[in-house]
Design a binder for this molecule. Structure first.
Ligand SMILES: *[C@@H]1O[C@H](CO)[C@@H](O)[C@H](O)[C@H]1NC(C)=O
Ligand SMILES: *[C@@H]1O[C@H](CO)[C@@H](O)[C@H](O)[C@H]1NC(C)=O
Ligand SMILES: *[C@@H]1O[C@H](CO)[C@@H](O)[C@H](O)[C@H]1NC(C)=O
Length: 468
C-alpha cells in the first residue's frame, strides 16, 4: 500500500530535522551524548523517529499502562520456575536473597483467575482426570452465571502450539505457581558474572542465526577482543535479510531493556535496617556509554526502540480480539473486570492511533515458500530462547526473563497471524486466533517493561546532564 503523500512529506521533514541535528562524528561529547548520540532522529529498518516515540510513550502510554498492570488480572502470572534446564547443569543462586521469588498463597488469587486457568478441550470431556476440573469449575459455578462460565471456557479452550513462538509452561503442572508481579519487581539482584553471561551468550551465539566464525563484539567469554570484531560483526549483520537482522535486534533490545531496569533499580544501600533501590548512573554508563562499550552502548539503546515498535505494532493489530464483546478479563469481580477492560481498550485505541507504526509487512514478504520457511526458522529459534530461560540461575531473573520472552513471543505470534485477526468476526463463533490468559498477562507486562525502559531513559538523560 503506498504511503499517503502527507505522511511521506512529514517523514522527509523529520528526516531532514534529524540530519540537521547530527553532530560531526568523533566530537568528544558530554556524558549524556556518549550514551544517546545514536538515539535520536530516524531509526533503522522502520519509519519512526525517537522523539515522537518518547513523547508518545512517556505521556500517553506509560501512565495508563502502569494502572492497568496493577489490576488483579495482570498482576498474577502463573509460571513454572522449577523446570529443569534442558541444556546444562544450572548453578543455583538461591543464596542471593534478592533472587528469591515469593509465590502467592492460593487464597490470595481471585477465584475467577484460578478457575479460568484450567484447560478445556474436546477430549477433556471424556478423560477421567478432567472430572476433577469439572468439579473445580463446579465449585465456582455457584457464584458465576452460566453464561460467564461458558465464556471463560471458550476463551481458555486450547493453546495452538503450532503458532506459538514460545514453549509455554504447562500451567496445570503442580510445579506451576502464581506469582504476584507487583510484590516481586524486576530489579538489581547481584546476579552477574560468568553464569549470567552464559545465558546471554548462548542466546546470541547459538540462537541468532550467527555462524561461529563471526564473533560478537565485547564478548568476555571469547578471547581476542578488538575493534576488528565489531567491524566483522556489523558487516555480517548488514548482509543478513531484514528478518534475521530483526531477530538479532529484538534480542539485543530485550537485553538492553533488562539492563536499564537493573541500573534504574540498583541496590544502593543495604544495611540491616534499610534497603534502598535507585538509579546508578555508573552502572548505566558501563553498559551504554559509547567510549566504555567501544561503540556498542548506543546501538543497544537503538535496539530498545526497535523492540518497542515491534511490540507496539502487535498491540495495535490485536485490538479486534480484545474488542469482541464475549472477551472478558475475568477475575470474578464483574464491575472491576468491566473497568479494566475499558482501560485496556482505551490503551489499545491510543496505541492504534500512533502515526508511525513499524510496517511488519516488510518482514516475510518475499517468495511465499521462502517466507514460510524463514518464519518457521524464526519460530524455532525463538522457542529455543524461551527454553534457555529455564537455565537462569537467579529465580527472580528467571521469572522476568520468562515473562518477557513469552510476551515478545506473543507479540510475534500476533504479527504473524495477521489475516486471522483482521478477518475476525466481531461476534459469533469463537475465533481461530486465540490467546491464553498467560499469554495476555505476559504480553502486557512485557510491553510494560519496555515502556518503563523508554521512560527511564529520560531519567538517565537528566542524571547524566547533571554530571557535567
Ligand atoms: C461433552 O460431551 C457431551 C456429549 O458427548 C456434549 O454434549 C458436551 O457439549 C461436551 N462438553 C464440552 C465442554 O465439550
Ligand atoms: C538451542 O539452544 C541450545 C543451547 O544454546 C543449542 O545447543 C541448540 O543448538 C539450539 N537449537 C536450535 C534449534 O537453535
Ligand atoms: C554503582 O554501580 C557500580 C558498578 O557499575 C558500583 O561499583 C557502585 O558501587 C554502585 N554505586 C552504588 C552507590 O551502589
Amino acid at each position: 500500500m503506498p504511503r499517503p503523500p502527507l505522511r511521506r512529506l512529514l517523514l522527509l521533514l523529520l528526516l531532514a530535522l534529524a540530519a540537521a541535528q547530527e553532530q560531526p562524528p568523533g566530537a568528544a561529547g558530554s556524558a549524556e551524548r556518549r550514551c544517546f548520540c545514536q538515539v535520536t532522529g530516524y531509526l533503522d529498518d522502520c519509519t519512526c523517529d525517537v522523539e515522537t516515540l518518547d513523547a508518545f510513550n512517556n505521556y500517553k502510554v506509560f501512565p495508563r499502562l502502569q494502572t492497568l498492570l496493577e489490576s488483579d488480572y495482570f498482576r498474577y502470572y502463573k509460571v513454572n520456575l522449577k523446570k529443569r534446564c534442558p541444556f546444562w547443569n544450572v548453578i543455583s543462586h538461591c543464596g542471593i536473597r534478592d533472587c528469591a521469588v515469593e509465590p502467592c498463597q492460593s487464597n490470595k488469587i481471585p477465584d475467577g483467575i484460578r478457575s479460568a486457568s484450567y484447560k478445556y478441550s474436546e477430549e477433556a470431556n471424556t478423560s477421567a482426570k478432567d472430572c476433577e476440573e469439572e468439579e473445580r469449575l463446579g465449585a465456582v459455578d455457584e457464584s458465576l452465571s452460566v453464561k460467564t462460565v461458558e465464556a471463560v471456557r471458550k476463551w481458555t479452550r486450547h493453546d495452538d502450539a503450532a503458532n506459538s513462538f514460545c514453549e509455554a509452561d504447562d500451567i496445570q503442572s503442580p510445579e506451576a505457581e502464581y506469582v504476584d508481579l507487583l510484590l516481586n519487581p524486576e530489579r538489581y539482584t547481584g546476579y552477574k558474572g560468568p553464569d549470567a553471561w552464559r545465558i546471554w551468550n548462548s542466546i546470541y551465539e547459538e540462537n541468532c542465526f550467527k555462524p561461529q566464525s563471526i564473533k560478537r563484539p565485547l564478548n568476555p567469554l571469547t578471547s581476542g577482543r578488538g575493534e576488528n570484531e565489531g567491524n566483522m560483526f556489523y558487516s555480517w549483520l548488514e548482509g543478513l535479510c531484514v528478518e534475521k537482522r530483526a531477530f538479532y535486534k529484538l534480542i539485543s533490545g530485550l537485553h538492553a531493556s533488562i539492563n536499564i531496569h537493573l541500573s534504574a533499580r540498583y541496590l544502593l544501600q543495604d544495611t540491616w535496617s534499610k534497603k534502598q533501590w535507585g538509579h546508578n548512573v555508573t552502572e548505566f554508563q558501563q553498559r551504554f556509554d559509547e567510549l566504555l562499550t567501544q561503540g556498542e552502548g548506543p546501538r543497544r539503546l537503538k535496539n530498545l526502540y526497535f523492540i518497542y515498535l515491534i511490540e507496539l505494532r502487535a498491540l495495535s493489530k490485536v485490538l479486534p480480539f480484545f474488542e469482541r464483546p464475549d472477551f472478558q478479563l475475568f477475575t470474578g469481580d464483574k464491575d472491576r473486570d468491566g473497568e479494566v477492560k475499558s482501560l485496556l481498550l482505551e490503551i489499545l485505541h491510543s496505541v492504534k492511533s500512533f502515526p508511525l507504526h513499524f510496517d511488519e509487512n516488510s518482514l516475510f514478504a518475499g517468495n511465499q515458500r521462502e517466507a514460510a520457511k524463514l518464519k518457521e526458522e524464526f519460530r524455532l529459534h525463538f522457542r529455543n530462547i524461551s527454553r534457555i530461560m529455564d537455565c537462569v540461575g537467579c529465580i527472580k531473573c528467571r521469572l522476568w526473563g520468562k515473562l518477557q520472552t513469552q510476551g515478545l513471543g506473543t507479540a510475534l505470534k500476533i504479527l504473524f497471524s495477521e489475516s486471522q485477526i483482521e478477518n475476525m468476526p466481531e461476534r459469533g463463533p469463537s475465533p481461530k486466533f486465540h490467546l491464553t490468559r498467560q499469554e495476555i498477562v505476559a504480553l502486557f507486562n512485557a510491553f510494560g517493561r519496555i515502556s518503563t525502559s523508554v521512560k527511564e531513559l529520560e531519567n538517565f538523560r537528566g542524571l547524566l546532564q547533571t554530571l557535567q
